[in-house]
Design a protein around this ligand. Structure first.
Ligand SMILES: Nc1ncnc2c1ncn2[C@@H]1O[C@H](COP(=O)(O)OP(=O)(O)OP(=O)(O)O)[C@@H](O)[C@H]1O
Length: 304
């Protein structure tokens, strides 16, 4: 699978502060790539640089295998749709009239309007004035605008912001359907781990401007490895005995936490505790939640 977007050593400095640091992104073709990070991590700034809306301080960007520079920029952007920050519309015009204006600006045939309205399920509201649209309908219209001209790549910055739960669900379903049904690669940002968990195939996590994780979603899940929690009648003594056997463990609340072990090894260590007269009263398997992993990677609290 080739990469649709790659960035190498991408940096952006505002004033004296480096807000995006040495970013090496790889967005594979045909996936939903979730770009996750806490507020202010640098997601919008990065997306703006990919879209040539902000100039990188250093580094290179390649889209569709071509470097984004003054020579290639227009040809590349013709095949990219985007939804960055809240889009503005002519509220006194209908949905279809807003799309007609954009068709003229983008040089896209108006024949494309019915197709994009159908994808975002706004066909029945197309004659309504946009000023009377709900937030969810406005976001869907934004997605329709981004889809005009049949782009191969969509860059969506927090597209579910401000939507109610039903609107969020609808937007998620739409995003998930785009690669499979229309062959569109989607890069979508969010500060919500739960959201990326539900829609992304691949994930890039950015914290303080730097990339702290980039791989598939299942690989991120694999990090939520099990640990073993053992409760004994004397956890301090048990920790000393296991430590003496080279097993790293720590006491947390009423339990002794061990890294995951094969069953036969664990059985051997438990037997040794019995031999030393330490009663074992519980053995439990524990998982780290995705939130714990996000917290470890970013060193920040997670918004849920
Ligand atoms: N034009 C600008 N001038 C100066 N600083 C800026 C500018 N744009 C963004 N920043 C700063 O760069 C940092 C990254 O901002 P950015 O909007 O890229 O973060 P984000 O991850 O998209 O956050 P959020 O989820 O809150 O939108 C922030 O500290 C922000 O204040």
């Amino acid at each position: 699978m080739s990469d649709i977007i790659t960035t190498t050593g991408l940096c952006k400095q505002y004033g004296k502060v480096l807000r995006v640091k040495d970013l090496d992104l790889k967005v594979p073709e045909g996936v939903v790539y979730g770009f996750l990070g806490p507020n202010g991590a640098g997601k919008t700034t990065t997306m703006k640089m990919i879209l040539s809306l902000a100039r990188p301080t250093a580094g290179t960007i390649t889209v569709f295998g071509k470097p984004v520079n003054s020579k290639n920029r227009l040809a590349i952007l013709k095949n990219v749709g985007s939804l960055i920050e809240s889009p503005s519309y002519y509220g006194h015009l209908t949905g279809v009239e807003n799309l007609q204006i954009l068709c003229a600006l983008k040089g896209v045939s108006e024949k494309d309007i019915d197709r994009v309205l159908q994808i975002v399920r706004l066909e029945n509201q197309k004659e309504k004035k946009v000023g009377q649209y709900s937030m969810g309908m406005k976001q869907r219209l934004g997605l329709a605008c981004a889809l005009l001209g049949n782009p191969k790549l969509l860059i969506l910055d927090e597209p579910t912001n401000g939507l109610d739960p039903a609107g969020i669900q609808e937007m998620r379903e739409l995003i998930c359907s785009l690669p499979k049904q229309f062959g569109i690669t989607v890069m979508v940002s969010s500060h919500l781990l739960s959201e990326i968990d539900q829609i992304a195939d691949n994930v890039g996590i950015i914290s303080n401007g730097g990339l702290v994780f980039q791989d598939t979603l299942p690989t991120l899940h694999e990090r939520s490895r099990h640990s073993i929690a053992v409760r004994t009648l004397n956890n301090e003594a048990a920790a000393r005995i296991l430590g003496g056997q080279g097993i790293s463990c720590r006491v947390q609340e009423d339990y002794l936490l061990l890294h995951r072990l094969p069953d036969n090894e664990l059985a051997g260590y438990i037997y040794r505790l019995f031999e030393r007269n330490i009663g074992v009263v519980r053995i439990e398997e524990r998982h780290k939640s995705l939130e714990d992993i996000f917290l470890e990677l970013t060193g920040t609290g997670v918004s849920l």
